[in-house]
Design a protein around this ligand. Structure first.
Ligand code: ARG
Length: 461
């Protein structure tokens, strides 16, 4: 019978099928460097506190270095029998360093070990997500800067509403991703807590110096309650929640890019490098990147449901169910990172058709609100002005015209406040330039917002 690291009390070997079910090595092997980093810190602390001899710790630290090289050189054989990355590393260390390796697990359990590994991993990856988000914001702001002054129809209910600056629309996404960054930064604080020393759940009888381990690993603080330390996966749930919101932002953007690149809209053209063709229809150029990002959002939201459902009803402390946290987490990290990366690159490869955008503002009565505002400027109450402008729209619709095509005499039939200056008042340019309320689409506002963002992101102008 093959002796497991925990095999002492067992007289029968594990059923092969159970071994297969139990094994997490095929996905948790990617934690190998985090696991080794955690073990090295644990050894250094134990040597410092005299729990093991300095020489023994040195041998084991060197041995772990060799194990790491072996994994990186693809020479490590992974097997279900050894369950997970923690056992594989310890087993490999035994082969490299001999019997002294049996001291590594002193004052430690896989329960606090895995909590530590995931935190080391997620701290690194969350920082990388934040960097990717900043990179993407830079391409959004660069695009907003490049097209300052370009006008497009703003929509509500997917119906043309009022003209807005294209840059203003883009900067709405900048704001959304700014909130995503803030969320990930908040989550980072709660990830940055060092659980090692909680052992199985109750703490340990060895005189561990948890502050020392924390400092070696560069964590912000040590966890305060050993039971919570091994039971807590809030930080995983939080990360996947924030990732879901961020993916939903990307998905909404995807939807717009897909629409804008249709022949019906033709507001943008995405370059060949970021689109694909059809195997049957020679003319096709499909916005697959945007579609895939939209699709992958479902997958990340699915991961959120997985982790939430997994954690719900779990009693304290560690339960093996929690091994199932890794696949949704890893998948979320990978999906979010690749989507942010590809979007950052794609943004520099989008052509903007400003004439088409402008033209789309000239039909569909986007100036109806301003026609009402004109009457208000002449002294009419807004509700009455709204009603007059509505009648003007009905009249124009009847004659298959735009509002500015109605003659002054016709307008005067609706209200004698109309004068010739109304035509200038309801031009696209005037509509934009009058929207000076803070946060509105007026050019000065948008320029200031773009410049502020560029300054914050350190973009050269
Ligand atoms: N592979 C396990 C996990 O990912 C490690 C912790 C196992 N602990 C235990 N008591 N069996 O959750």
């Amino acid at each position: 019978m093959n002796e497991k690291l925990w095999g002492g009390r067992f007289t029968q070997s594990t059923d092969k099928l159970v071994e297969k079910l139990n094994a997490s090595i095929h996905f948790d092997k990617r934690l190998y460097d985090c696991d080794i980093e955690g073990s090295i810190a644990h050894l250094k602390m134990m040597a410092n506190e005299g729990i093991i001899a300095k020489k023994e710790a040195d041998t084991l630290v060197a041995g772990l270095g060799k194990v790491k090289e072996k994994i990186q050189a693809n020479e490590m054989v992974f097997s279900d029998e050894l369950e997970d990355i923690h056992m594989h590393v310890e087993d490999a260390l035994g082969k490299v360093s001999g019997d002294v390796a049996r001291k590594l697990h002193t004052g430690r359990s896989r329960n606090d070990q895995v909590a530590l590994d995931v935190r080391i991993f997620l701290k690194r990856e969350t920082k990388s997500v934040i960097e990717l988000l900043i990179g993407f914001q830079k391409s959004i702001v660069a695009m907003a800067m490049q097209h300052l002054g370009v006008v497009m129809p703003g929509y509500t209910h997917m119906q043309r509403a009022q003209p807005v600056l294209f840059s203003h629309h883009l900067m709405a996404y900048y704001e959304m991703f700014k909130r995503d960054i803030e969320r990930f930064e908040g989550c980072l604080k709660r990830i940055d807590v060092m659980p090692l020393g909680a052992a199985a759940l109750a703490g340990t009888t060895y005189p561990l110096n948890r502050e020392f381990t924390k400092d070696v690993l560069g964590f912000g603080k040590v966890s305060d309650n050993s039971i919570d330390s091994v039971s807590d996966r809030d930080f995983v749930m939080e990360f996947i929640s924030h990732a879901s919101i961020c993916m939903i932002h990307l998905s909404r953007l995807s939807e717009e890019l897909i629409l804008w690149s249709t022949s019906e809209f033709a507001f943008i053209t995405i370059s060949d490098a970021f689109t694909t063709g059809s195997s049957i229809m020679p003319q096709k150029k499909n916005p697959d990147v945007a579609e895939l990002v939209r699709g992958k959002t479902g997958r990340v939201v699915g991961n959120l449901v997985s982790i939430m459902t997994l954690m719900k009803s779990l009693p304290l402390a560690y339960n093996k169910d929690m091994q199932e946290d890794k696949e949704p987490l890893f998948d979320t990290v990978d999906t979010l990172q690749v989507c942010l990366d590809v979007y950052t690159r794609m943004f520099g490869n989008i052509q903007v058709h400003k004439e088409t955008m402008y033209k789309a503002c000239t039909t569909g009565f986007l100036n109806a609100t301003d026609l009402a505002d004109y009457l208000v400027s002449k002294g009419m109450a807004f509700r009455s002005a709204h009603s007059v402008a509505g009648k003007a729209v009905a009249k124009a619709l009847e004659q298959k015209k735009e509002l500015e095509d109605l003659g002054l005499e016709e307008l005067k039939l609706l209200s004698d406040l109309f004068e010739t200056d109304v035509y200038d008042f309801i031009t696209i340019e005037k509509m934009i330039s009058r929207r000076i309320s803070y946060g509105g689409t007026g050019l000065d506002n948008v320029k200031a917002a773009v410049e502020k963002a560029a300054g914050m992101l350190g973009i050269q102008r």
